[in-house]
Design a binder for this molecule. Structure first.
Ligand code: MG
Ligand code: ZN
Length: 219
């Protein structure tokens, strides 16, 4: 019975994801689903991204959290449109929650939509939201063993942003080992080391977004 229920849930999720994807395609909106464990720095990274790119692109953000409006408020204070989804205990966003939140936006007026998923390295990667790209954020204090311990996340994401590299001198994170582990789990995946705090490496993330946006509108 459990298996039947789970399959049913995923089928509905896939239908909702298709609905979202068609909407994103018809409005030429680049959509990035950002995932990480809690505290990896997704919101700070998005604040810096909005700050740097909002003159060039019209950016919106969907914030997924168990509770509170705090992260959406942080993004709004940077001048971007943000909608908060509270999952009330749910540990991931699903495509139907995103579809419901899309009613708050005019996608014709948006170039790039970031979806900040609920902080959790386990199940968010298993839910298609209709996004163009799944991106994982890993932070230096978490340790480089997370890539091999949570392989599903890193198998399903095409880019890993290694955040908080300003802390590398104080912690035992081995960047080369992380790159090696990632290339074994997912040879297509790219790792960009950066710090949302010092802005080191952010330009690489911004040019990745720019490339993705150009491909998205040319389709
Ligand atoms: Mg956040
Ligand atoms: Zn979950």
């Amino acid at each position: 019975m459990k298996v039947t229920l789970r399959t049913d849930v995923l089928t509905n999720n896939n239908k909702a994801a298709e609905f979202n994807r068609e909407l994103f395609e018809s409005t030429k909106t680049l959509v990035i689903n950002l995932m990480s464990s809690p505290g990896a720095g997704k919101t700070t990274l998005l604040e810096e991204t909005v700050r740097a790119l909002s003159e060039k692109y019209r950016i919106a953000v969907i914030e997924g959290d168990l509770a509170t409006e705090r992260d959406a408020n942080r993004i709004r204070s940077m001048g971007a449109k943000a909608v908060q989804i509270n999952t009330h205990g749910g540990c991931h966003l699903d495509a139907r929650m995103v579809a419901a939140a899309l009613g708050e936006f005019d996608l014709d007026e948006i170039d790039i939509l970031f979806i900040e998923n609920v902080g959790n390295l386990v199940c968010p990667s298993g839910y298609d939201l209709g996004q163009n790209h799944k991106v994982a954020v890993l932070s230096v204090p978490e340790g480089n063993d997370k890539i091999t311990k949570y392989p599903q996340m890193f198998m399903r994401t095409e880019l890993v942003l290694l955040n908080k590299i300003d802390l590398l001198p104080y912690l035992d994170f081995n960047v080369e080992e992380a790159k090696q582990d990632l290339s074994e789990i997912n040879p297509q995946s790219v790792l960009i080391p950066l710090s949302a705090r010092t802005n080191e490496g952010l330009h690489e993330w911004f040019s990745w977004i720019e490339g993705a946006y150009n491909r998205c509108v040319q389709q």
